[in-house]
Design a protein around this ligand. Structure first.
Ligand SMILES: [Zn+2]
Length: 102
């Protein structure tokens, strides 16, 4: 029983460290100095589209992009950590917009 508790505790500590690491690895993009952001549609790549930054926040003393206007329907898109892109679900089928450098 005592052994089991130790394992459980070990597991909890590992999970805590893992979560901390994940937070540190937050991939939310930083706002470029000039504030101009381009995206490409991951499902229909090709042309770069300039889009509007709607909301920013300060994290770790750097400005990050919280929401971006969808280049197609102007809906506010949130960052998705799994896709590492901004996702819009408001204009018919789901669109995945990746940030690109100029
Ligand atoms: Zn949209």
């Amino acid at each position: 029983m005592g052994r089991r508790q130790t394992m459980m505790e070990k597991y909890k500590i590992q999970m805590k460290a893992y979560r901390k690491k994940r937070m540190k690895n937050d991939s939310t993009p930083y706002l470029p100095l000039d504030g101009i952001v381009y995206v490409i549609n991951s499902l229909d790549p090709g042309k770069k589209i300039q889009t509007q930054v709607v909301k920013t926040t300060i994290r770790s003393q750097r400005k990050i992009i919280e929401t971006l206007a969808c280049p197609e329907c102007k809906n506010e898109m949130l960052w998705d950590d799994n896709w590492e892109a901004f996702i819009c679900t408001k204009h018919g089928k789901k669109a995945i917009y990746e940030l690109v450098l100029k």
